[in-house]
Design a protein. Structure first.
Length: 108
């Protein structure tokens, strides 16, 4: 959560009426959805449903981010689209930082 909050703030810091609280709620809802999504992915693993897993990961997750941005911040289509692309890149960076943190803790 602390790693995630600065990134939505950077995408909206100039907009009036959007506070850090809004970004925290957005991030928590998004993390909750992704957690449930990864649970579903793990449950599909014994079934060897690689196609379903790929669709969930590469289609459902970005579509959720797009719709979540669109509705939460009341954006237009293209504003939500470029922010979704930016958010996907940020998510990759945050995931790498999180994994590096875990590796650093376990390497002791």
């Amino acid at each position: 959560m602390p790693i995630s909050l600065p990134f939505p703030w950077l995408m909206f810091f100039w907009r009036r009426g959007v506070a850090m609280y809004d970004h925290a709620v957005f991030a928590l809802y998004s993390l909750a959805f992704m957690s449930v999504l990864f649970i579903v992915l793990a449950l599909l693993e014994p079934l060897h449903a690689r196609g379903a897993q790929a669709v969930l990961l590469f289609v459902v997750a970005p579509v959720h981010m797009f719709l979540h941005l669109l509705e939460t911040y009341r954006l237009g289509f293209f504003a939500a689209l470029w922010r979704t692309v930016a958010l996907l890149m940020v998510c990759a960076v945050v995931l790498m930082l999180f994994l590096l943190f875990i590796i650093a803790l376990t390497a002791r």
